[in-house]
Write a protein that binds this ligand. Structure first.
Ligand SMILES: Nc1ncnc2c1ncn2[C@@H]1O[C@H](COP(=O)(O)OP(=O)(O)O)[C@@H](O)[C@H]1O
Ligand SMILES: [Mg+2]
Length: 333
């Protein structure tokens, strides 16, 4: 189980996936400096989580972490949220309120869903980043601030710049280091470990003694596309634990989020992917461990792709070296 966001440090996030490992190495590097960071990843891949972790691993850890999402906000609200306002600055402004920049002073300001920010918000933020100064609405007094910026986006900012939807000057200000967080479907090698950790936590919460996942259930989980990434994974595992009455998760307990399907996002590929003669296999498969499920999955993808290592490695989202080592290990068993 990961510590709460307020405590989580980059080093505490584990991965066995090379692309994710690279991302975490860069995150560690980012934590040693004040370089502005862009976290680029699909929804639910862990952008918010990583933003907190970078802050907690940085020298700013004792100072505030302030998050701001401007994607669905009117321009006046954006201004008062970012810079604060004086009492009486506009109708309804009954007290003086500090803005996000002021609140984050000395710490980190996390700008979420930055690609959707209005042109006005973009100009305002650019000005603060360039001059380190701003004023509260209704005040002439310049305030200075020292904030480290981390942004998150699920679309490429460079692409947005190309489309004329994002200011190029702001893009350059924000983009010190871009961390690409791979989607879960490209991290299949670490799926069993993530599922195991989530399941342990969910079982504890539900007060259940679940200790295994049936291979068919694991196949179903591994074959899914995970449009909602880790957020959906966590939801699916919680549902599994809820439905499971015994000690073993069966494939009937694996139910994917109907909301995501209804929203037109990708359908799962192959609801259940058992191998043709799997059902007749002798009782060799009363080994329900995650390691066994992973081994079965790897060899099934390998066989289905004509023992082509390059293709298998790509489909599994692991390097060829990792696959080769894995196959050698399986051979020795
Ligand atoms: N590496 C990870 N290990 C375990 N849980 C994770 C990991 N990354 C993300 N999560 C969990 O997945 C969910 C979505 O993460 P979040 O950071 O909110 O994604 P995003 O901001 O990209 O939408 C959260 O509940 C988070 O705790
Ligand atoms: Mg988020």
């Amino acid at each position: 189980m990961l510590p709460p966001l307020s405590k989580l440090r980059v080093e505490e996030i584990a991965t066995s996936n090379p692309a994710m490992a690279r991302c975490l190495r860069l995150a560690q590097l980012a934590a040693t400096s004040d370089v502005p960071v862009v976290l680029l990843g699909e929804t639910g891949t862990g952008k918010t989580l990583l933003a907190h972790a970078i802050h907690n691993s940085s020298t700013r850890v004792e100072r505030p972490f302030v998050a701001f999402n401007a994607s669905a906000m009117s321009d006046t609200l954006i201004e008062s949220q970012l810079f604060g306002h004086e009492r009486g600055a506009f109708t309804g402004a009954q007290t003086t309120v500090k803005g996000k920049f002021e609140l984050a002073n000395g710490g980190t300001l996390f700008l979420d869903e930055i690609a959707d920010m209005s042109p006005l918000a973009q100009v305002k933020i650019l000005r603060v980043l360039e001059y380190g100064e701003f004023e509260r609405l209704g005040s002439e007094r310049m305030l200075t601030c020292d904030v480290r910026i981390i942004c998150a986006t699920n679309v490429s900012l460079r692409e947005r710049v190309r489309q004329g939807k994002f200011r190029e000057d702001l893009y350059h200000r924000l983009n010190g280091l871009t961390l690409l967080i791979p989607p879960l479907r490209d991290r299949l090698d670490e799926l069993p470990a993530l599922i195991a950790a989530e399941l342990k936590a969910a079982a504890r919460r539900e007060g259940k003694k679940i200790n295994a996942i049936h291979p068919e259930a694991m196949d179903k989980l591994l074959a899914y596309e995970w449009p909602g990434n880790l957020r959906e994974l966590s939801h699916t595992v919680r549902t599994m634990a809820l439905f499971c009455e015994g000690r073993v998760i069966s494939s009937d307990h694996v139910i994917f989020s109907p909301d995501l399907k209804a929203s037109g996002m990708e359908e799962p590929v192959g609801e259940v992917r058992t191998q043709p003669n799997e059902k007749e296999k002798p009782a060799a498969d009363n080994d329900f461990s995650l390691a066994r499920a992973l081994a079965r999955h790897v060899s099934s993808v390998y066989e289905q792709n004509g023992r082509n290592q390059r293709r298998t490695a790509r489909l599994l989202g692991i390097s060829r070296g990792t696959l080769a080592r894995y196959l050698r290990k399986m051979d020795q068993k």
